[in-house]
Design a protein around this ligand. Structure first.
Ligand code: ADP
Ligand code: 5GP
Length: 183
């Protein structure tokens, strides 16, 4: 069996990464979406071990010390990290492993796994990004402000990525992101 590969997907909060990945993964059983650990609280409907592994800061710090993360970063006041061993296991099974992570984590993976493809998903405009974050209604005003500030940095880093796709119309964006990840 041939070895799989790792694809990093980065994009500002609210751009539609989760929405597009859900559609794309349903068509690609050979792909594996890495489940991250985080110290943020679950949103309504989020299930521990399915959307994230929800950890206390202490639990997360222990895992950092035990080098259990392939990469980790602080984003908008919370810690997020990719558990290392499932990524290695799934790549060894020949699967395409997708890491949906923010900019600092993507930069770490660029150093530790330079063969990983790096994809950036962009919004059609900053105004539309803000509209989507607000429409999702999962963060309070302070958290929305932190995420929009961070979005400027992430959008400004698009040129660091191997491929970019824009999430404007949903159907077109699904096709564009699917091509960026798999072709
Ligand atoms: P992310 O995972 O990047 O933080 P989400 O997938 O949660 O973003 O999407 C944020 C919000 O934007 C959701 O309410 C989602 O339904 C909406 N959304 C995603 N893609 C589009 C699109 N192409 N057009 C309009 N709304 C979208
Ligand atoms: P959210 O709180 O909206 O689920 O995620 C916030 C940000 O954290 C998003 O940009 C998402 O891509 C990123 N993220 C999720 N998991 C990880 C991870 O394991 N590592 C890093 N570095 N970022 C992550």
């Amino acid at each position: 069996m041939s070895i799989g590969r790792v694809v990093v997907l980065t994009g500002p909060s609210g751009v539609g990464k989760g929405t597009l990945l859900k559609a794309i993964l349903s068509q690609h059983p050979e792909a594996f979406l890495s489940i991250s650990a985080t110290t943020r609280s679950p949103r309504p409907g989020e299930v521990d071990g399915q959307h994230y592994y929800f950890l206390s800061r202490e639990e997360f710090q222990t895992k950092i010390a035990e080098q259990e993360f392939l990469e980790w970063a602080e984003f908008a006041g919370n810690l997020y990290g990719t558990p290392r061993s499932p990524v290695i296991e799934q790549v060894n099974l020949g699967r395409t492993v997708i890491l949906e992570i923010e900019l600092e984590g993507a930069r770490q993976v660029r150093k530790t796994l330079p063969s990983a493809r790096q994809v950036m998903l962009l919004p059609p405009s900053v105004e539309e990004l803000e509209r989507r974050i607000r429409e999702r209604a999962t963060e309070d005003e302070a958290a929305i402000a932190r995420r929009l500030l961070q979005a400027q940095t992430e959008i400004g880093a698009a040129k660091e990525f191997d491929r970019c796709a824009i999430n404007d119309q949903l159907d077109t964006a699904i096709t564009a992101l699917e091509a960026a990840i798999f072709s």
